[in-house]
Design a protein around this ligand. Structure first.
Ligand code: FES
Length: 162
Protein backbone atom coordinates (compact mmCIF):
# COMPACT_ATOMS: atom_id res chain seq x y z
CA UNK A 1 0.00 0.00 0.00
CA UNK A 2 1.39 3.44 -0.89
CA UNK A 3 0.60 6.71 0.93
CA UNK A 4 -2.06 7.57 -1.65
CA UNK A 5 -4.07 4.39 -1.15
CA UNK A 6 -6.92 4.03 1.33
CA UNK A 7 -6.31 2.00 4.49
CA UNK A 8 -8.28 -1.23 4.75
CA UNK A 9 -11.08 -1.47 7.34
CA UNK A 10 -10.12 -2.54 10.86
CA UNK A 11 -11.88 -5.87 10.29
CA UNK A 12 -9.21 -6.69 7.71
CA UNK A 13 -6.59 -6.36 10.42
CA UNK A 14 -8.55 -8.57 12.81
CA UNK A 15 -9.12 -11.18 10.11
CA UNK A 16 -5.42 -11.14 9.23
CA UNK A 17 -4.35 -11.41 12.86
CA UNK A 18 -6.64 -14.39 13.38
CA UNK A 19 -5.32 -16.07 10.25
CA UNK A 20 -1.67 -15.33 11.04
CA UNK A 21 -2.02 -16.68 14.58
CA UNK A 22 -3.66 -19.91 13.49
CA UNK A 23 -1.80 -22.88 14.94
CA UNK A 24 0.35 -20.68 17.15
CA UNK A 25 -0.18 -19.98 20.86
CA UNK A 26 -1.63 -16.49 21.26
CA UNK A 27 0.99 -15.40 23.77
CA UNK A 28 3.44 -12.54 24.08
CA UNK A 29 6.00 -14.66 22.19
CA UNK A 30 3.84 -14.27 19.10
CA UNK A 31 3.91 -10.47 19.24
CA UNK A 32 6.97 -9.77 17.09
CA UNK A 33 6.22 -12.46 14.49
CA UNK A 34 2.63 -11.23 14.25
CA UNK A 35 3.69 -7.59 13.85
CA UNK A 36 6.21 -8.53 11.17
CA UNK A 37 3.63 -10.62 9.34
CA UNK A 38 1.08 -7.80 9.49
CA UNK A 39 3.63 -5.33 8.18
CA UNK A 40 4.54 -7.75 5.38
CA UNK A 41 0.88 -8.01 4.45
CA UNK A 42 -0.25 -4.39 4.82
CA UNK A 43 3.05 -2.56 4.36
CA UNK A 44 3.04 -0.85 7.75
CA UNK A 45 1.65 -1.03 11.27
CA UNK A 46 -1.45 1.13 11.25
CA UNK A 47 -2.67 2.72 14.49
CA UNK A 48 -5.81 0.63 14.15
CA UNK A 49 -3.75 -2.57 14.28
CA UNK A 50 -2.57 -1.90 17.81
CA UNK A 51 -5.83 -2.65 19.65
CA UNK A 52 -6.42 -5.61 17.33
CA UNK A 53 -3.04 -7.13 18.15
CA UNK A 54 -3.43 -6.34 21.85
CA UNK A 55 -6.78 -8.12 21.98
CA UNK A 56 -5.52 -11.09 19.97
CA UNK A 57 -2.59 -11.65 22.33
CA UNK A 58 -4.25 -10.52 25.56
CA UNK A 59 -1.78 -7.66 25.96
CA UNK A 60 -2.36 -4.03 26.74
CA UNK A 61 -2.40 -1.49 23.93
CA UNK A 62 0.50 0.23 25.67
CA UNK A 63 2.54 -2.99 25.47
CA UNK A 64 1.95 -3.34 21.76
CA UNK A 65 2.49 0.35 21.08
CA UNK A 66 5.75 0.24 23.04
CA UNK A 67 7.08 -2.62 20.94
CA UNK A 68 5.99 -1.06 17.67
CA UNK A 69 7.64 2.25 18.48
CA UNK A 70 10.79 0.70 19.95
CA UNK A 71 11.83 -1.32 16.91
CA UNK A 72 13.01 0.60 13.87
CA UNK A 73 11.78 -2.18 11.61
CA UNK A 74 8.15 -1.23 12.10
CA UNK A 75 6.87 1.40 9.72
CA UNK A 76 3.98 3.55 11.03
CA UNK A 77 2.79 4.79 7.66
CA UNK A 78 2.72 3.33 4.17
CA UNK A 79 6.06 3.40 2.38
CA UNK A 80 6.52 5.07 -0.96
CA UNK A 81 6.52 3.22 -4.25
CA UNK A 82 10.28 2.69 -3.80
CA UNK A 83 11.98 1.91 -0.52
CA UNK A 84 15.61 2.85 0.07
CA UNK A 85 16.99 1.56 3.34
CA UNK A 86 20.39 2.94 4.30
CA UNK A 87 22.53 1.11 6.84
CA UNK A 88 23.45 3.17 9.88
CA UNK A 89 25.19 0.47 11.92
CA UNK A 90 28.80 0.68 13.04
CA UNK A 91 30.70 -0.90 10.16
CA UNK A 92 28.87 1.16 7.60
CA UNK A 93 29.31 4.26 9.75
CA UNK A 94 33.05 3.60 9.75
CA UNK A 95 32.91 3.40 5.96
CA UNK A 96 31.18 6.72 5.38
CA UNK A 97 27.49 5.98 5.88
CA UNK A 98 26.81 9.47 7.25
CA UNK A 99 28.08 11.07 4.05
CA UNK A 100 26.10 8.59 1.95
CA UNK A 101 22.98 9.40 3.96
CA UNK A 102 23.46 13.14 3.44
CA UNK A 103 23.94 12.75 -0.32
CA UNK A 104 21.07 10.27 -0.66
CA UNK A 105 18.53 12.35 1.22
CA UNK A 106 19.51 15.50 -0.70
CA UNK A 107 19.37 13.76 -4.06
CA UNK A 108 16.10 11.96 -3.33
CA UNK A 109 14.56 15.06 -1.77
CA UNK A 110 13.39 13.36 1.39
CA UNK A 111 14.56 13.28 4.98
CA UNK A 112 15.64 10.08 6.68
CA UNK A 113 12.63 8.13 7.87
CA UNK A 114 10.22 9.97 5.59
CA UNK A 115 8.36 9.51 2.34
CA UNK A 116 8.49 12.06 -0.44
CA UNK A 117 5.37 14.19 -0.88
CA UNK A 118 4.59 12.47 -4.19
CA UNK A 119 4.79 9.03 -2.55
CA UNK A 120 7.55 7.98 -4.91
CA UNK A 121 10.27 7.08 -2.42
CA UNK A 122 10.77 6.36 1.27
CA UNK A 123 14.22 6.50 2.87
CA UNK A 124 14.60 4.53 6.08
CA UNK A 125 17.49 3.61 8.36
CA UNK A 126 18.40 -0.01 8.84
CA UNK A 127 20.80 -1.35 11.44
CA UNK A 128 23.04 -3.88 9.74
CA UNK A 129 22.25 -5.91 6.67
CA UNK A 130 24.89 -8.54 7.37
CA UNK A 131 27.09 -7.18 4.59
CA UNK A 132 29.44 -5.26 6.85
CA UNK A 133 32.64 -5.95 4.90
CA UNK A 134 31.28 -4.25 1.80
CA UNK A 135 29.75 -1.12 3.31
CA UNK A 136 28.38 1.37 3.17
CA UNK A 137 25.33 -0.64 2.23
CA UNK A 138 21.70 -0.13 1.32
CA UNK A 139 18.66 -2.11 0.30
CA UNK A 140 16.85 -0.64 -2.67
CA UNK A 141 13.43 -2.21 -3.07
CA UNK A 142 14.85 -5.26 -1.31
CA UNK A 143 17.97 -5.47 -3.48
CA UNK A 144 21.29 -5.06 -1.65
CA UNK A 145 23.66 -2.40 -2.94
CA UNK A 146 27.17 -2.42 -1.49
CA UNK A 147 30.13 -0.05 -1.55
CA UNK A 148 27.78 2.89 -1.99
CA UNK A 149 29.33 6.01 -3.42
CA UNK A 150 28.06 9.12 -5.17
CA UNK A 151 27.92 7.41 -8.56
CA UNK A 152 25.87 4.49 -7.24
CA UNK A 153 23.56 6.88 -5.43
CA UNK A 154 23.03 8.75 -8.68
CA UNK A 155 22.02 5.51 -10.41
CA UNK A 156 19.66 4.69 -7.54
CA UNK A 157 18.12 8.16 -7.72
CA UNK A 158 17.65 7.87 -11.48
CA UNK A 159 15.94 4.50 -10.96
CA UNK A 160 13.56 5.47 -8.16
CA UNK A 161 12.73 8.98 -9.37
CA UNK A 162 12.12 7.91 -12.99
S1 FES B 1 26.99 -2.42 9.49
FE1 FES B 1 26.06 -2.01 7.59
S2 FES B 1 25.77 -3.99 6.79
FE2 FES B 1 26.56 -4.38 8.77
Amino acid sequence: MTPNETAPPDTAYADAATRLLRGRPATRDALLPLLHALQDEFGYIADAMIPVVAAALNLSRADVHGVVTFYHDFRRAPAGAHLVRLCRAESCQARGAATIERIATQRLGVTMGATSADGRVTVEPVYCLGLCATGPNALVDGRPVSRLDAAKLERIAAEVLA
